[in-house]
Design a protein around this ligand. Structure first.
Ligand code: MG
Length: 378
């Protein structure tokens, strides 16, 4: 089903302070609107994105004019802006539409997927959080009463709808709705409630920028580690490098299978986690690891990362040797390392260099490997 997203960015949002509308204010190194637009760009199922802009935001009109977004002009009220966004994609074969406030830059893919899933069985669906705080009425700084919170929800966006139904609902609406769920309900459409996310906050007041920044920085927790390993050549008829067995007139000495490349990557992951190295987790003094496939070590490091809340963003390994030639096998090594780590091959690099016949690798006494791994918080 062809899905479009409408990002409503025409508001003036002056309650957030700062002198310019909140969507154009900085947040963790970019503008609020950039985070919000990218949240939908990164969803493979969203075919078109409409950005509804105020006619006053001339710089934004110019900036986005030649890009991948469809631009629509905002109206005097929010529901007019949404209607203009909907009209901009009429006759494009859109089946489902997600309508989102630009001031919610932290929307997560799981929330959006819950909305889309509910649209399989309902004409409308929107995320919300059940109200858990006690509710009061107040006046003049004093509590004047309490309200029952049973059945009350705090609404979020994106609010999703079957396109034809919400377009007809907006065309028929008299105006003045707080959100699109109100417009949909006025037209008699059922709107399913799906679970929202507490981080999907709407930037409204000055303090909300700091809060959103803290949430984004938490998500951007990146850790780097490096690893270095050497194994000496000894008798044998093959070497195992980055999980691939290469026929050779010698072997590599070592307690395990002496896969120097895989050891360097494994140590890079342990390093990023500040969890020591292979020797700490698999002591060479323990006979059970004699001749072990190094896959066990790498898998352990990846699982340790996952248990600490990190996934492997990428790994880069350089093998240093004169022989055997690595180039013809690099793609197979990349694929094997990616398989073991459970990540895309495009996130793994295996490359090689000689040391110009200098030093122990240059004299062909052994192979060295260096690796870097980057881990990001889930
Ligand atoms: Mg080693």
């Amino acid at each position: 089903m062809t899905t479009a997203a409408i990002i409503v960015a025409a508001g003036r949002g002056m309650r957030a302070g700062g002198g310019t509308p909140k969507q154009w204010q900085p947040l963790a190194g970019r503008r609020v609107a950039d985070w919000t637009i990218d949240a939908f760009r990164m969803l493979p199922g969203v075919a078109r994105i409409v950005l509804v802009l105020s006619p006053e935001d001339r710089a934004a009109w110019e900036e986005f004019a030649d890009g991948d977004l469809i631009l629509a002009e905002g109206g005097a009220t929010r529901d007019q802006s949404v209607r203009n966004g909907l009209e901009a994609i009429d006759n494009m074969g859109i089946i489902r539409v997600l309508i989102h406030d630009v001031a919610r830059p932290l929307v997560d893919a799981a929330t959006i997927h819950r909305v889309l899933e509910a649209l399989e069985t309902h004409p409308g669906a929107a995320p919300a959080l059940a109200v858990t705080d006690a509710l009061w009425t107040g006046a003049g700084g004093l509590v004047t009463g309490t309200r029952d919170r049973t059945g009350l929800y705090a609404a979020q966006t994106p609010q999703g709808f079957r396109y034809d139904a919400i377009l007809a609902a907006h065309r028929a609406h008299k105006g003045g709705a707080a959100d699109d769920v109100e417009v949909a309900r006025a037209a008699g459409l059922d709107v399913a409630i799906v679970e929202g996310h507490p981080d999907n906050i709407k930037i409204t007041l000055p303090g909300d920028f700091a809060r959103a920044g803290r949430i984004l920085r938490g998500k951007m927790d990146i850790r780097l580690g490096n690893g270095y390993d050497v194994h000496r050549f000894g008798p044998g008829d093959h070497v195992t490098l980055c999980g691939v067995k290469l026929p050779f007139d010698r072997g590599l000495d070592g307690h395990s299978d002496a896969d120097v490349g895989m050891h360097a990557v494994t140590d890079a992951i342990y390093g990023a986690l500040a969890q020591g190295d292979i020797g700490r987790h698999f002591p060479p003094s323990d006979p059970q690891w004699k001749g072990a496939a190094s896959e066990i070590f790498l898998r352990h490091a990846v699982e340790l990362a996952a248990s600490m809340g990190y996934r492997i963003a990428n790994a880069d390994c350089t093998l240093v040797c004169e022989f055997p030639k690595i180039g013809p096998h690099a793609a197979a090594m990349q694929a094997e390392m990616a398989r073991i780590m459970g990540i895309e091959p495009s996130r793994v690099s295996v490359k090689a260099t000689t040391s110009e016949q200098l030093g122990f690798t240059g004299r062909g006494e052994g192979i060295a490997a260096l690796a870097t791994a980057a881990l990001v918080a889930e």
